[in-house]
Ligand binder design. Structure first.
Ligand code: ZN
Length: 404
């Protein structure tokens, strides 16, 4: 995201992928229109758990829960969007052994789980069909010769994985015609396979992700200067380049000379337990073929005191490397007031002073709710005050010694 990328090249690469996968998707990720019989692109398949399995409560007993294909939503070129019960043909196609044709690198892996899940292996997170079609897209990405474009396309790919998995729950009828059911993802912050889930067309998900990343790239292209990457702090401080990406835990701060940094912005793990490392397996599998490293993750699940201790330690390290009078910004989200206490307390105990709180501008965050309420004038405090401090905010702290 911080490298300048020619948007035309990025878009050309995307169009090229679409062109190359068009045929295989059209022929295989399809159904017959139930009105006119024409071959139609499937938007999603809907799977439901069989009635006799619904009583299964304990997840560890539920390894082999079967779902039935109950409906297909598609787009017919003659009749428009449609949604209907599957025919035998659809069921046969849906239960084909797709993975027999999968590429060699697609080797199943045990998931490392800290939380119970119906999914034991990586492949359990997807239908065989979606795994196969994701690999079709991924193969095309790997053919891109310009590494900057390839990396950005891998980002697009990784961001469409959740939508292409079984972690997508469907709820009631949607508003838009192309979505006959509304879908929700990450209902729980663990690999929770929904009892009834949607198998969404990975190519549509990939297109949506591309649009999002393209928009972001357009914005970031205007904001960044040319990046010259270096591999060490020494080279960075000598001015041999202007970017060093470390990709490690906060321990690396020990290598930075004291009072040498102008500004720190950080996005720490939330007080509410989110299993970032565990969940990152969804992307790691494709991008790095790497196992997650749980050792260095700061989490509050086991003990709140331990979380605070570790966070204070991090902020102390940051304070050491920050220049005098400079600032630290922490981007943070909280669902309860007491989480804010903790998040202000940790930098404060490390010797920082809170100077500013600004809500995120993201439309869907509850920080935006704050903006809305404030725009309307004074909110009805009795009803709304608890909502004001929920959601995403930037907290800025100053290193300056307190005068009083
Ligand atoms: Zn039709």
């Amino acid at each position: 995201m911080i490298s300048y990328v020619d948007l035309r090249d990025f878009e050309d690469a995307f169009k090229n992928i679409l062109e190359n996968v068009k045929k295989i998707f059209k022929e295989n990720y399809s159904t017959k229109c139930k009105k006119c019989g024409a071959k139609s692109e499937v938007i999603h398949f809907r799977w439901e758990r069989q009635e006799k399995d619904i009583k299964i409560k304990r997840l560890k007993d539920a390894g082999e829960i079967n779902r039935n294909l109950v409906s297909i939503t598609y787009k017919c070129e003659n009749c428009g969007y449609g949604s209907d019960k599957p025919e035998k043909y659809d069921i046969d196609v849906s239960t084909q052994p797709y993975l027999n044709n999968s590429p060699k690198y697609l080797i199943n892996k045990k998931l490392q789980l800290k939380h119970s899940s119906e999914a034991k292996d990586y492949f359990d997170l997807f239908t065989p069909r979606n795994l196969f079609f994701l690999s079709v897209i991924y193969d095309e990405i790997n053919k891109i010769s310009v590494s900057k474009i390839k990396d950005l396309m891998r980002l697009v790919f990784s961001s469409c994985l959740t939508q292409s998995s079984k972690l997508i729950m469907y709820t009631e009828k949607g508003i838009r015609p192309e979505v006959s059911e509304r879908s929700k993802s990450w209902i729980a912050t663990r690999f929770h396979i929904q009892r009834n889930y949607l198998e969404k067309n990975p190519l549509i998900n990939f297109k949506n992700s591309f649009e999002t990343v393209f928009k972001a790239k357009k914005e970031s292209n205007n904001l960044i200067e040319d990046c010259i990457f270096v591999d060490t702090f020494e080279d960075l401080f000598k001015g041999k380049g202007n970017v060093l990406i470390i990709n490690d835990s906060v321990d690396y701060i020990n290598d930075i000379p004291p009072e040498s940094i102008d500004y720190v912005i950080t996005d720490p793990p939330f007080v509410k337990d989110v299993n970032y490392i565990e969940l990152s397996q969804l992307w790691l599998f494709w991008l790095f073929n790497k196992d997650p490293d749980f050792e260095k993750e700061i989490r509050c699940k086991e003990s709140m005191d331990n979380y605070k201790k570790q966070m204070i330690n991090v902020f102390e390290k940051i304070k050491k490397v920050l220049k005098k009078d400079k600032y630290l910004t922490v981007t943070y989200r909280a669902d309860e007031p007491k989480m804010w206490d903790t998040m202000i307390q940790c930098p404060t105990e490390a010797g920082f002073y809170l100077t500013k709180i600004v809500p995120h501008a993201i439309g869907h965050s509850i920080g935006a709710r704050y903006r809305q309420l404030m725009a309307k004038g004074t909110p009805d405090m009795a009803e709304e005050k608890h909502k004001l401090i929920l959601g995403y905010f930037y907290l800025t702290f100053n290193k300056k010694e307190q005068l009083t």
